[in-house]
Design a protein around this ligand. Structure first.
Ligand SMILES: Nc1ncnc2c1ncn2[C@@H]1O[C@H](COP(=O)(O)OP(=O)(O)O)[C@@H](O)[C@H]1O
Ligand SMILES: [Mg+2]
Length: 332
């Protein structure tokens, strides 16, 4: 096996994990640069948790290879994990012990840490005032924060957080973002998974988007946001064919979407950010009169477009909306 890439905190090649006949992770090639917040985005069931479990040896891959912190890594390599902190799925704490006592219990399983470190990480997650209270009195968000504190206890170089914003209120999410910024300013790498896009938009430097166990897009967040604008227009049913033709000349990405008002049908098209107004103009010039023009360019649009079940559909079959679902409708 060759040396790993020292610029990457995580690299996977062709990673596969099957549960029964269907792969949960299906040939995944991740590239997580060091010193950044990497947003691992995907709808529920897309394979995020399974990937993280593979990375920390909680599950064995069926195929593929992994590098962790610049060196090849196998699931048996427990020592490497001393340099990795993780919070995967719901943390389960002892309800009748305090937050501080739980931290001690869980800390004992990892590498030795100095005593003051527990107080420090409790401070990082804003739990110092409540650290003496029994965990059974904690809200979901507080348990989540205690989970992050536990993951940070050994001062890991790489932090893996699976949906850490679950249960946090908006203030808690802002605080977590600041904590992650602080960690990356110290040269640490953070991989944070989520199925909620606005969170990632706020937090990540780089994103990897996973759908059905495969990476469909990976790169700097800013680049993905610059990719273009999606415009959706309503056109009369009898003009759908003509509208698809006109728009195909404008963009390689044209999709008919389901629904519409009365005899209107939706068509979605991706264009450059400064070209949104061209869509309506081109349709009008071609004798198609569109209504209900909407456009968006945020990560949500990009994410839903990439992961949506319906791609371009030459038959004009009206499948589920490619990228125009309700915000958050992919959740759960
Ligand atoms: N232990 C398991 N046994 C069987 N199927 C599993 C197991 N863990 C995950 N899966 C399946 O693998 C797929 C990916 O799940 P998961 O990694 O939890 O996705 P995500 O974290 O993105 O929601 C899902 O279809 C899920 O049902
Ligand atoms: Mg999950």
């Amino acid at each position: 096996m060759t040396e790993g890439d020292p610029g990457l905190a995580i690299a996977t090649q062709g990673l596969v994990k099957r549960y029964g006949p269907r792969p949960a992770v299906d040939g995944l090639d991740l590239h997580v640069p060091r010193g950044m917040v990497y947003g691992f985005l995907g709808p529920n069931g897309s394979g995020k948790t399974t990937t993280l479990r593979l990375l920390v040896g909680m599950a064995r891959p069926d195929a593929g290879s992994m590098e962790l912190l610049g060196e090849p890594y196998t699931w048996r390599d427990r020592r490497r994990l001393f340099r990795v902190g993780s919070l995967i799925e719901q943390p389960s704490f002892y309800p009748y012990l305090s937050g501080r006592e739980n931290l001690r219990v869980f800390g004992a399983a990892g590498p030795p840490t100095p005593r003051h470190r527990a107080e420090e990480v409790l401070g990082f997650v804003g739990l110092r005032d409540r650290a003496g209270d029994k965990v059974k009195t904690y809200s979901l968000g507080m348990k989540q924060r205690l989970g992050i504190a536990t993951a940070l206890l050994s001062d890991p170089e790489l932090l893996l957080l699976d949906e850490p914003a679950n249960g946090l209120d908006p203030g808690g999410i802002v605080a977590m973002r600041e904590l992650l910024r602080f960690l990356t300013s110290q040269g640490k790498t953070v991989l944070v998974s989520s199925h909620i896009l606005p969170e990632m938009e706020q937090m990540a430097d780089v994103v990897g988007i996973i759908a059905a166990g495969r990476l469909v897009r990976e790169g700097p967040l800013a680049g993905i946001l610059d990719e273009g604008t999606r415009v959706r227009v309503g056109v009369p049913e009898e003009a759908v064919g003509r509208a698809l033709e006109i728009l195909a000349a404008l963009s390689p990405t044209v999709e008919s979407a389901p629904g519409g008002l009365g005899d209107q049908r939706w068509i979605a098209v991706r264009v450059a950010n400064d070209q949104a107004s061209e869509v309506n103009r081109a349709l009008a010039q071609g004798g198609v009169f569109a209504s209900g023009l909407e456009s968006g360019s945020d990560l949500e649009t990009a994410f839903l477009a990439l992961t949506g079940p319906a791609g371009p559909d030459p038959q004009g079959h009206l499948g589920p909306p490619p990228g125009w679902g309700q915000p958050g409708s992919q959740a759960r």
